[in-house]
Design a protein around this ligand. Structure first.
Ligand code: FES
Length: 150
């Protein structure tokens, strides 16, 4: 075990884990942030998406030892004051079905909106292609992103 300081949701947080522990498990099991989900563990589904220095990243593929001082944002830290417009849109449009993948969907969508504040359907489809939803809520996800962009 080794000690690392992670910068998560605006706070420095100490963890004592093996160097190759995926960030996902440090967030969930050590830091008590279960919003980031485990789906596949091999970087294929997007359920574990967080932001690393503002860019979407798969927490299941990032060893804690590789994170350094980069800023991690999880769904819990997306908007400290109130619900983020994406979360508000998700509620208004009843986007989730089982809900399991939706934190990852929102994190990827948030990064998209920073890059393209009013994305086209094609930009949404391209950005969201790596976030799988077993309930196939893709039409509502796209609608939710458009709602949040309004
Ligand atoms: Fe990380 Fe699927 S759990 S991409």
């Amino acid at each position: 075990m080794s000690k690392y300081t992670l910068h998560v949701n605006g706070k420095a947080r100490a963890v004592d884990v093996e160097a190759d522990t995926p960030l996902l498990w440090a967030l969930r099991d050590t830091l008590g942030l279960p919003g980031t989900k485990y789906g596949c563990g091999v970087g294929a589904c997007g359920a574990c998406t967080v932001h690393v220095d503002g860019q979407p990243a798969r927490a299941c593929q990032l060893p804690v030892s590789s994170v350094g001082k980069r800023r991690i944002t999880t769904i819990e830290g997306l908007d400290a004051r109130a619900m983020h417009p994406l979360q508000q849109a998700w509620v208004e449009l009843d986007v989730p079905q089982c809900g399991y993948c939706q934190a990852g969907q929102i994190m990827t969508a948030c990064a998209l909106l920073k890059q393209h504040p009013r994305p086209t359907d094609a930009q949404i489809d391209e950005a969201m292609a790596g976030n799988l939803c077993r309930c196939a809520t893709y039409v509502r996800i796209r609608a939710g992103i458009h709602r949040a962009a309004d």
